[in-house]
Design a binder for this molecule. Structure first.
Ligand code: NAI
Length: 248
């Protein structure tokens, strides 16, 4: 299938995990891929190699999504290299879980800056390009805990809830220029982020999921393909839960 043939996407935090799966699924649909991560390492090089093997143009950029200046420079570099940006996927994110009484100011600031401010940084830089093109799809990676909250994740849940408010606002602000914005809210997805959890915690999570299993990165990526493609041309300002009916 060629749902994204000839389009250009930029995906943050895509050297591994959900971001990498999005890059691969987009490339399978003919999309050229620019992606970022904190550093150029073997994961970034491996991801570039896998994407190019799918016959698309692909380049990894070391760039801290929490930095306003680096995000501006990233978008400038991508436009110079790829000529346009059809889809922005704000995927980069981290956790620093703790009960509120043990949560440091540093862990609050870090999570808010990397998860939420990054979405502002990249969208702010990218909107100029999309406004000129009079088209674009912005996909922001939230989480089910941004909708429902979660004990021990006040910083993370706040950042992911903030993403939802931001997404709905820019969908209203940019809609008249044919720019769509949606949030994806994955539930329990099996990646390096969730691999840090103990077997016991993982089992507890699985019991709460009606489909009785964690999701795969590909299952999240396929929803992003839909949102990036013209198949979703009248879908904007929405939060799509990808959670095996955990949040319903
Ligand atoms: P991951 O930890 O496997 O991958 C995240 C990537 O983001 C890493 O490559 C990391 O180096 C990069 N990154 C971190 N800080 C960055 C920064 N400042 N600038 C650029 N890149 C940076 O995580 P995973 O599981 O793939 O998560 C991806 C997104 O999906 C995150 O936003 C996460 O919050 C969200 N999510 C994940 C869920 C899960 O169950 N794994 C559930 C719900 C949401």
């Amino acid at each position: 299938m060629d749902l994204l043939k000839g389009k250009v996407a930029i995906i943050t935090g895509a050297s591994r995990g959900i971001g990498k799966a999005i890059a691969i699924e987009f490339a399978k649909q003919g999309c050229n891929i620019a992606f970022s991560d904190v550093r150029r390492d073997e994961n970034m090089e491996q991801c570039e190699k896998e994407l190019r093997a799918l016959g698309v143009k692909a380049a990894g950029y070391p760039s801290n999504a929490a930095s306003f200046e680096e995000s501006e420079k990233l978008i400038e570099d991508v436009v110079n290299e790829f000529g346009r940006i059809d889809c922005l996927v704000n995927n980069a994110g981290i956790t620093r879980d703790n009960l509120l009484m043990r949560m440091s100011e540093q862990d609050w600031d870090l999570v808010i800056n990397i998860n939420l401010k990054s979405v502002f940084n990249l969208t702010h830089a990218c909107q100029k390009i999309m406004l000129k093109q009079r088209s674009g799809s912005i996909i922001n990676m939230s989480s089910v805990v941004g909708v429902s909250g979660n004990a021990g994740q006040a910083n993370y849940s706040a950042s992911k809830a903030g993403i939802i408010g931001f997404t709905k606002s820019i969908a209203q602000e940019l809609g008249s220029r044919n720019i769509r914005a949606n949030a994806v809210a994955p539930g329990f997805i099996i990646t390096d982020m969730t691999a840090q959890l103990s077997e016991e915690v993982r089992k507890e999570w699985e019991k709460k999921i009606p489909l009785r299993r964690g999701g795969s990165t590909e299952e999240v990526a396929k929803v992003c393909v839909f949102l990036a493609s013209d198949m979703s041309s009248y879908v904007s300002g929405q939060v799509l839960n990808v959670c095996g009916a955990m949040n319903c």
